[in-house]
Structures are given as structure tokens and as C-alpha cells.
Design a protein around this ligand. Structure first.
Ligand code: GUN
Length: 288
């Protein structure tokens, strides 16, 4: 069993990005610039945004973080987005999700200029991705594709079973893995809450992506020997430590790992790859 190590891989990608940034700065060009808007005081979102800010600094990007109060109106948020859309110094713009309930998330996503949509959530980018055209691919599916590529995992002709059909993981990943590409050329099955025979399907899978957000869902008796397992779950569960929680994956690691050829740990797997995908997209948005 080989661990798909998100920590080492993301550090390697950050190093590659840092070198590219140093090179363009040496040429007298401007640093890539990511702007992020955070509305409200959700603890996990604050951690994510702080982490994005820190990582931008690490690779030499400029970042601007705007923190807005929980009771910010949708109109006020849209105004802020327009301001960044028009600011030619800003290459990439993200609005951290989830947003407070009184704000229409889809309207906010569609207000971002697709050329600056480094989250890859805008329908223009999703549509281009589905068609296999150049686009910004959202962080989790891109991070998974990057891990498969860097570990040279054979995907062509393989049966990939994805558990979870979310707009940000399951469905885009199903698209990418079915494309005529490397990684890609998979036969893809998407399972969801109405799928009747998940175990029958996972037992046939060469590659399983668990992205449903249910800790320990994928058990040892649901997988065949030699399977490649990608665990996207990062549920916070109560724990007796300083933070009061730990991150739990969707895979029962101790049962599944002994049967797997490759498996991602949680934490230390897919989660760490997402920030590097955002950096890659921002670099691309800056024209590099
Ligand atoms: N919330 C959880 N993941 C993400 C992400 O990738 N982008 C944004 N904007 N919000 C998120």
C-alpha cells in the first residue's frame, strides 16, 4: 500500500510555483494577486481564508482579504465583487463559501468575472470544463487529478466509482475522469443517496472516490484487493484535544488501507492539495 501524500506533493507544487513567481518578478512583471472575500464568522471558513493568505505569502503572491460582517447585505457584497472585477491589479477573486443564509450563493458566484474565477465555480468555467476546453477547474477535483498524475496511477479503462454527486467534487470529477486525457479515460459510476446497491458497485471499482461527508462510510468489505482509494471526507468530529475536534475521512482507513494499492490519508491527503490548485489557477489568471 502506498500513501498518496498530499503534504509532500503540495509542498513540491508550491516550490514549483515559487520558482515561477521569482522568475517573473526578476523580469520586472507584477506578482500574481489573489483577492478573497469572507462574510461572517464561521470558524472553519476563517481558518481556510487565513491559510490561503499565509500560503499566498509563502509562494510570493500578493493577497487581499476582505472580511465582512455576518449581516452584510447581498447588494453590498455584489458591490465589493464588482470593485475587484474592475481592479486590473487583481488576477483571481474568490468568495469563501458557505455564505450567510440571507445571501443567494449562486447569484454571488455568477457575479464574479469568469476570467478571475479561480475557484472554477462560475457556470462559464464549469461549462468549459465539461466540454474539455481550457478553464479554471475547482480545487478538490483538480487536486485529485494532480495526485493521480504525479503518482502515475493508471486510469485508462479503469472503473472509477465516485460516491457523492456534489457540484464541487463528485460531478466535476466524474467529468474530468471520463475525458479523453491522462489522467482520464475512465469508466465512471456516480453513486448518491438514492443509489440502491453501493457495495455491489464499489466491489467492482478499480478506483473509489469517497466524497459524501459521512465519516467511516467506506468499509473494508466494500472494496476489492488492489483498489485505489481517494478520501475526500473532512468532517469535524468531537475529540479530546486542544481544538476539541479532529478531521474524519469518509473511509474506514484501518480496514481499507491493507487492501488498497494506493490510498489518501485524512488529514494529509486531498485536503492539502486544494490550496495548491487555487494557487495554480491564480498563476494562470495572472497570465503565466
Ligand atoms: N468553502 C469550502 N471549500 C471552498 C472552496 O474551494 N472555495 C470557496 N470559495 N469556498 C469554499
Amino acid at each position: 500500500m502506498i500513501l498518496l501524500d498530499g503534504r509532500t506533493t503540495s509542498e513540491q507544487i508550491k516550490k514549483e510555483i515559487t520558482e515561477k513567481v521569482e522568475e517573473i518578478v526578476r523580469q520586472g512583471r507584477k506578482r500574481p494577486h489573489l483577492a478573497a472575500i469572507l462574510v461572517g464568522d464561521d470558524g472553519a471558513s476563517q481558518t481556510y481564508v487565513n491559510n490561503k493568505e499565509k500560503t499566498c505569502a509563502q509562494v510570493g503572491f500578493k493577497s487581499t482579504i476582505v472580511r465582512m460582517a455576518e449581516n452584510t447585505t447581498e447588494e453590498r457584497l455584489l458591490e465589493e465583487i464588482r470593485r475587484f472585477n474592475e481592479d486590473s491589479d487583481v488576477d483571481g477573486l474568490i468568495v469563501q463559501l458557505p455564505l450567510p443564509k440571507h445571501i443567494d450563493e449562486q447569484r454571488v458566484i455568477e457575479a464574479i468575472d469568469p476570467r478571475k474565477d479561480v475557484d472554477g465555480f462560475h457556470p462559464v468555467n464549469v461549462g468549459k470544463m465539461v466540454l474539455g476546453l481550457p478553464s479554471y477547474i475547482s480545487a478538490t477535483p483538480d487536486g485529485i487529478m494532480e495526485l493521480l498524475e504525479r503518482y502515475k496511477i493508471e486510469t485508462s479503462g479503469k472503473h472509477c466509482v465516485i460516491i457523492g454527486r456534489s457540484n464541487i467534487v463528485g460531478r466535476p470529477l466524474a467529468n474530468l475522469l471520463s475525458h479523453k486525457s491522462i489522467p482520464g479515460d475512465c469508466t465512471v459510476t456516480i453513486c448518491h443517496s438514492h443509489t440502491k446497491n453501493i457495495k455491489e458497485l464499489t466491489l467492482q471499482a478499480d478506483i473509489i472516490v469517497a466524497a459524501l461527508g459521512r465519516p467511516g462510510f467506506l468499509k473494508g468489505d466494500m472494496v476489492k484487493d488492489g483498489v485505489v482509494v481517494i478520501d475526500v471526507g473532512i468532517t469535524r468530529v468531537p475529540a479530546d484535544n486542544k481544538s476539541g475536534f479532529r478531521l474524519a475521512g469518509d473511509v474506514l482507513f484501518e480496514e481499507v488501507a491493507p487492501k488498497a494499492s494506493y490510498i489518501t490519508p485524512v488529514p494529509g491527503g486531498v485536503g492539502l492539495m486544494t490550496i495548491t490548485s487555487l494557487l495554480k489557477n491564480t498563476l494562470k489568471a495572472s497570465g503565466i
